[in-house]
Design a protein. Structure first.
Length: 573
């Protein structure tokens, strides 16, 4: 069981931070700490990237170092300026600052090309005519060595001429590649003459048509780190087998050589953690876009109502380790509730309204009642809410023939209205189909504020909205997008729609809101009393309010934690 840390809790030294701390003690890197967050702009960032963002920027902050934001934009076929802009917005929104250190791999294309020429001159790179399928066939397997390319022993002069010809567009896409000359019998397949450059006549979102050869990630990644003076190149575990190649390139060029450190990426229940799969959801119209509140993208979480503090605390809580595991979505939601409980104003909203007429309340009377904005925040103050003869309550808060443990409103039963009065149901009005359309109730004028002067016990307190002042709104209730708790990485040809939760979105119209919400703005977060946490959607306008449910009030993770704590205490005693 993971213990949730507060935002102010000191960060523990995980294995990555321990390495950085030890380097500081020994004077390695001249006691510098310089990290980077290097996304590829081929999609929107998701919650898994948030873990890497918080790790890289967090380490730089904790060790008085620097962190760069760098785009690995080496594949123009999949990258767009839209993704660059969204990534910049997301990292800023999470609260991190790269100052003036915004970099792009494409800014280093000429330097990378010159380094390629240098490896050719050293006899450590060659131009190969094998196509992609032939290259795979020559690579061998985990149990069998690869075969050398018939073009491996071209002269340095021929390789230089061919590589220069590749650069000026003399060959068709895929006709030639530049490969590193390492070892076709190496036990690590990544070291069997890996491709450094491929011919690709594609327009780049930054460099346009200046280049028709583009570097592969393994070649570009280490050079970018080296050119920027990075000290600790922190990657996810899938790059562990690529580290020998990272080291080989930098050693062969005899340039600044950062240390690559790998950590386990984030896996989350009910969640796809692949930009490729998330892109499929968008392209197939299975979601409303990258910022659909059901998506695990940072923009989707923001639109749903997540706060930067909650995401950062979640990343701190799950920690960093070397073994892959799956984190329960309930923990992320628990971190969210912890923050929203402290920061969200309380308001009253009725999602499924049932009309109540308080028959003994004067028709022209309006009471201005005092309502607390947030009991967790002593500085939040209070607001005035209007109470009048006709109000709305939740339809679920009334039962004509209630079971034994139903304590809310029923015929002849008295309940408390939040901040207002005690009321008793005296009559049930139905339509011709037998459906309840409204209730008649009486109120006790001596119970203003909801307190009974004679001390009688009232078991239920209901929220409500005055009909005369209520605002109409649409509310979107979200649940997990996926039906499967552990979806893993779905196959490319797998039907994504078959894996979706059919109840992931429910839209409720004709909801009733208290009038204070008339001045709400997009992304404002609230607690709708007794209902959960909600956020104003960007679709919302003054004439058409729209809210997204961020998360319910019920916290299963906290309940489990409490049970475990009680169990430990009982064992001690």
């Amino acid at each position: 069981m993971t213990t949730v840390e507060n935002e102010d809790t000191p960060t523990k030294l995980d294995f990555v931070r321990s390495i950085v701390a030890e380097d500081g003690k020994t004077g390695k890197w001249d006691c510098r700490v310089h990290t980077r967050f290097p996304p590829e702009p081929n999609g929107y960032l998701h919650i898994g990237h948030a873990k890497s963002i918080c790790l890289n920027f967090g380490i730089a902050e904790e060790f008085q170092g620097k962190c760069n934001l760098r785009f690995d934009d080496t594949n123009p076929a999949k990258e767009e300026q839209e993704y660059v802009d969204s990534i910049i917005e997301d990292v800023k929104w999470l609260g991190w600052d790269w100052e003036e250190r915004l970099y792009f791999a494409s800014s280093y294309f000429q330097q990378m090309y010159d380094y390629g020429l240098e490896l050719i001159k050293k006899g450590k790179a060659y131009v190969c005519d094998l196509g992609p399928e032939e290259t795979r066939n020559h690579r061998g397997t985990l149990t069998e060595p690869g075969r050398e390319s018939p073009y491996r022993n071209r002269s340095v002069e021929e390789n230089l001429d061919l590589f220069k010809a590749m650069k000026i567009g003399a060959f068709a896409d895929g006709a030639k590649t530049l490969k590193a000359k390492i070892d076709m019998a190496h036990p690590n397949l990544n070291m069997r003459d890996p491709v450094m450059y491929r011919v690709l006549h594609a327009s780049h979102h930054r460099t346009g048509d200046d280049w028709c050869i583009y570097p592969l990630y393994d070649w570009a990644h280490g050079l970018e780190d080296s050119l920027e003076g990075i000290t600790h190149s922190i990657c996810t575990l899938e790059f562990e087998n690529h580290r020998p190649l990272y080291d080989w390139f930098l050693d062969a060029l005899e340039v600044h050589h950062p240390q690559q450190i790998e950590f386990a990426r984030l896996n989350l229940t009910y969640t796809l953690m692949s930009k490729r799969q998330l892109l499929r959801l968008v392209e197939k119209g299975l979601v409303r876009g990258w910022d659909d509140p059901r998506m695990p993208t940072i923009s989707g979480l923001r639109r749903r109502g997540y706060s930067p503090a909650a995401i950062r605390n979640f990343c701190k809580t799950i920690g960093v380790n070397k073994s892959n595991s799956t984190v329960d979505m309930a923990l992320l939601e628990h971190c969210l509730r912890q923050d929203l409980n402290k920061t969200s104003p309380r308001v009253m909203a009725v999602l499924n309204p049932l009309k109540i007429v308080i028959t003994n309340y004067p028709m022209s009377q309006v009471d201005e009642l005092e309502a607390i904005n947030n009991p967790e925040d002593p500085d939040a103050g209070s607001r005035k809410i209007s109470f009048s003869r006709v109000i709305y309550i939740e339809r679920e808060d009334f039962m004509e023939d209630p079971p034994k443990r139903f304590f809310r409103l029923a015929p002849g039963r008295e309940v408390r209205l939040r901040y207002a009065y005690l009321i008793t149901c005296t009559k049930v009005v139905k339509d011709e189909d037998g459906q309840v359309t409204e209730l008649h109730c009486s109120y006790d004028p001596e119970t203003r504020g909801g307190n009974a002067p004679d001390g009688r016990r009232i078991k239920a307190t209901l929220h409500w909205v005055s009909a005369a002042y209520a605002l109409d709104a649409e509310v979107r209730l979200y649940d997990h997008l996926l039906a499967n708790e552990n979806p893993g990485d779905l196959d490319e040809g797998e039907d994504l729609s078959a894996n979706l939760n059919p109840d992931s979105l429910k839209v409720i119209t004709h909801c009733k809101m208290e009038p204070s919400l008339g001045e709400t703005e997009p992304f404002c977060r609230y607690q709708f009393e007794r209902l959960g946490y909600f956020c104003t959607d960007p679709d919302s306008t003054p004439s058409r309010l729209v809210f997204n449910r961020t998360v319910t009030l019920r916290d299963p993770w906290a309940k489990v934690q409490k049970q475990e704590q009680n169990q430990k205490q009982s064992q001690k005693s």
